[in-house]
Design a protein around this ligand. Structure first.
Ligand code: SF4
Length: 347
């Protein structure tokens, strides 16, 4: 048996029973693919059900408000995915009359759909002969073939796509693609791959050369930015002061508390006299409690966050600040860190 047949054989006997594997509906496949980007299956599954039930067709999705999407997305992270999905759904509504395209050439033109997602939807929905290359495929191919070209270099991306195309079973691309990805997720795992039960181990470069820990190779390029957020919580017991975030930063268009960003962890006396604090909270800022600094890790940023509860109402409000009844807080899409803090504080 060749590489593809071996993996398809393994997949047929060992695949996980996941809801999007029972359909060729391009819209449902798209939902699952976007939700599962940089997300574990167990974490994404409840979100998939929630979205598929709330918006059974792409036309339902296209008619939603951005706030509704962000609220359903709450806790999953990478919120730009949710916002881009809304744009995609509306494009499908406008350009294709609400019928989700199934051809790679049409899919790749849609917002938030890159080469991997277009290939996945095209092959799973219409069996189009397109090879998918995701993190799992990079890992399997790098190890099996002994490719040391970094997977995130331009040359590496081209090479891996070529190799994936070579291996593709063009008559049944849907099955082939799903098999390679599932095999990467379940057997050829990032850590401790199960080489002992691997059906292709006798031909695998990494197995033969004891090189599973060195492959795949990845260039370290991303610089992590460190940021320091000082959140201020003011409530009169019935209302709470909130902030709507703008488009240009993390958690775009979601909601958090009034915040002052500093260059480092500012001592309390410096925070009280910070020009923004004086401007909005007055000269005599009365702090009731101040939390420990918590580290919150995002892909390219490390946030150091602390929460400061204040006793006196601000003297002026920024344009994005507003009061909301505490009981209505649940209607606002919040980042996980804010949600957890408010949940603990208010309950
Ligand atoms: Fe991956 Fe090990 Fe199989 Fe090679 S032998 S493909 S490293 S699981």
């Amino acid at each position: 048996m060749n590489f593809s047949d071996e993996l398809v054989n393994w997949y047929t006997q060992n695949k996980r029973d996941l809801p999007w594997r029972h359909t060729t509906d391009a819209y449902i496949i798209w939902l699952s693919e976007i939700i599962l980007q940089q997300t574990r299956v167990e974490q994404g599954l409840p979100y998939f059900y929630r979205f598929a039930e709330t918006y059974p067709a792409v036309t339902d999705f296209a008619a939603a408000e951005e706030n509704e999407i962000l609220k359903l997305w709450q806790g999953l992270g990478y919120y730009s995915r949710g916002r881009n999905m809304l744009k995609t759904a509306r494009m499908v509504q406008d350009l294709y009359g609400g019928k989700f395209p199934t051809r790679y050439a049409d899919l790749i033109k849609l917002k938030g759909i890159g080469e991997y997602t277009a290939a996945a939807i095209a092959s799973f929905s219409s069996n189009e002969a397109k090879a998918v290359v995701d993190g799992n495929v990079y890992r399997v191919l790098a190890r099996y073939l002994g490719i040391f070209e970094p997977i995130n270099s331009t040359a590496g991306k081209k090479l891996f796509q070529l190799k994936a195309n070579d291996f593709l079973n063009k008559k049944n691309s849907a099955l082939h693609n799903q098999a390679v990805m599932e095999f990467g997720a379940m057997v050829c795992k990032p850590k401790n791959p199960a080489c002992g039960i691997c059906p292709v181990r006798l031909d695998c470069y990494a197995f033969k050369h004891n090189a599973t820990t060195s492959l795949p190779v990845k260039l370290k390029t991303v610089k992590v930015r460190q940021r320091y957020f000082n959140y201020f919580l003011y409530t009169d017991g019935e209302h709470i002061l909130m902030n709507k975030r703008d488009e240009s930063d993390i958690w775009a268009n979601m909601y958090d508390l009034p915040m002052i960003e500093t260059d480092g962890i500012a001592p309390v006396n410096k925070l009280i006299t910070h020009p923004e604090a004086v401007n909005y909270f007055g000269e005599a800022l009365e702090i009731s409690t101040i939390s420990e600094v918590k580290k919150h890790i995002l892909t390219h940023q490390q946030l150091y966050i602390r929460f400061i509860t204040i006793a006196k109402q601000p003297v002026s409000l920024k344009p994005n600040w507003f009061f909301i009844k505490v009981e209505n807080l649940q209607t606002l899409p919040l980042s996980k860190v804010i949600f957890i803090f408010l949940d603990n504080f208010l309950n």
